[in-house]
Write a new protein. Sequence first.
Length: 405
Amino acid sequence: MPTFQFRARDAAGRPHAGQLEAASPALAVQSLRQRGWMPVDVRVGEAELTVEEMWKRINPLERLPPRSIDIEVSCKQLAVMLRGGLTLLTGLQAVAKQANRASLRRAWERIAARIQEGAGFAEAMQEVGCFPNLLVQLVRVGEQTGSLEVSMERGADTLERRRLLRNSLITALSYPMLVLLASFGVTAFMVVGVIPKLKTFLEGMGRQLPGMTQLLVDVSDWVRNHAVHIVGGALILTVASIVLYCSPFGRLAVDRHALRIPVIGNLLRLAGTASFSRALGILVRSGITLLEGLRTVEDLLNNRYLAGRVVAARQAVMQGGTLADPLAADHAFTPMLARMVAVGESAGTIDEVLDEVAKFHEAQLQSAIRRLSALIEPCIIVVVGGIVGFVYIAFFMALFSAGGA
């Protein structure tokens, strides 16, 4: 519990100063007034720190933001406690003690303090700033309808599905990149480190290098002679790419063209469609208006081009148009989404339709990831085997030449 330093005056006007412990500044002021004192100044005090507390302050791990899985677990724990009959404040204190990350523990403690001051649960979560807007919206609806535990559980499930989709996509795309980088690393070591030494050895014996080995030696000489230019150009290209991606126009252009890449673009479209459908379906089913749900989902989508289509859909709905037409743009969401949304709008069951669309595309994404993995493995074997095989053949031909073969 934090310590507050205070200055106050009693009924006779005599000054008093000191320290007291309270859960929040408002409770500290209330404690002073119960003594019959008029608070003059109340601020957080600097209490003596223990070694453990000092380590927590300087430990960089204590400042890491909460992960999605930490928020999911806390929300599910809170939902179970509320369903079991515990009060909201008691549940918040319990999940704060059980939080894995210090930042999440501090967030729950701040929320509990704000609720004690009279703020709403959703309002306090929004002020803390580390919780997704989707979860905040669901909590706000749960407060209004009296079904807070249901809203917390729905929010945790939605965040979990979103995290699993993202992890599956990252795993599918990172595996081939890691293998290619490893193969290029081995090749570079052979070309820059081993082949030049072999060249020196053969030239000392008066032997001529075979054609394949001479080609690798020429490449090695060129790389070493232009190493500064290559490294400098790579750094400039990397910095320029980062700056371009961080700019609004560059981010939009990259995200838009990424959806057109064969195979990879299809994975991104499936993931974006599943995420949009799952989040918007949960929000609409919970009682949030379609316009507010679209505004919330817009912030959840990592692809800025897809987020732009959601903005266009929200504007069309505001002007009295349909939701389906803006979602039917080429190379954005999958065509099935617009067709099913049109059916849901006509039948008045858009939340049920979006739930079915989400399930279908989540299954399609997992199937596409499995197909991509099965397709990439033989391609990597051929490419990597060809590169490494060429280097090793050239190397052994040089060895045979040194041996007089």
